[in-house]
Write a protein that binds this ligand. Sequence first.
Ligand code: PYC
Length: 318
Amino acid sequence: MASRQVDRISVIDTHTGGEPTRVVVGGGPDLGPGLMVRRRDVFRARFDPFRSAVVDEPRGSDVMVGALVCEPEDPSHAAGVIFFNNVGFLNMCGHGTIGVAVALVQHGRIAPGRHTIETPVGNVDVTIEDDGNTVALDNVESRRSARGVAIEVPGVGRFTGDVAWGGNWFFLVEDHEEELALANVERLTEVTWGIRRALVANGITGDDGGEIDHIELFGPPSTSEADGKSFVLCPGKAYDRSPCGTGTSAKVACLVADGKLREGQVWRQESIVGSVFEASARVVDGRVYPRIRGSAYVNAMSTLILDPADPFRMGIRA
Ligand code: PYC
């Protein structure tokens, strides 16, 4: 067989509380210098097929979150990162940042300890424990922008929820009658997708006009190890297997705003698959900075092959 030139992408696959992150450590596009938000614009405009090649089928799946590791703008920082998924780009990703930190340790690029990572919505800090798997993420400022917003979902019902920012925009619903169980994910997906569409139809957005593309249902925990359980619908209609780092940050902002969580007090958020993040808040001049602690594990270190003869080398794109 004649050999032909193929492109190769080096990745480290991790999961954080069951939610996968494919961390691209080599073979990624050159996005040039600058802030991650600007480099994300370049990625979106010029390299969207690369996004699809990494996370979409046949190499990936709707659940997969990709993380492109970049040279940081500030050389004293550990890395820059741009997160993406089956439908586009994320602002920030909490489970993904924990996955990136663990991948960079396993790749020998950083040691356990405290590091700064640049993201499109600002710098975050990670403190990686000596086990190389447990990471505390000090997230960007999180806030509730609207409380008790009522929404009618045609054919499903009426819900009341809060709009909050935790690095992405969330609609957080406690007022529902769904049972948060893995056996119900189809129904939970239908309800949360209906809520998302109703938010769009009613022009309800984040306070900067940002689309609310993550929906969370909350309920009682199924274990004494947690304070609450959640189902989180992601932008591309997959549900988060982890408790969602940015979603838990949005929850923390709401709990602090309601006087239900004091600075430094721990809130343990259980995911729909039973994984748990420990969350707490630092409050500076009235601003809430969540800390999310969880564990990630490496599943694979591999090379993606993009063969020019393969009709689906750039993924199956919607
Ligand atoms: O952990 O922040 C998160 C996240 C966002 C989307 C999927 N996971």
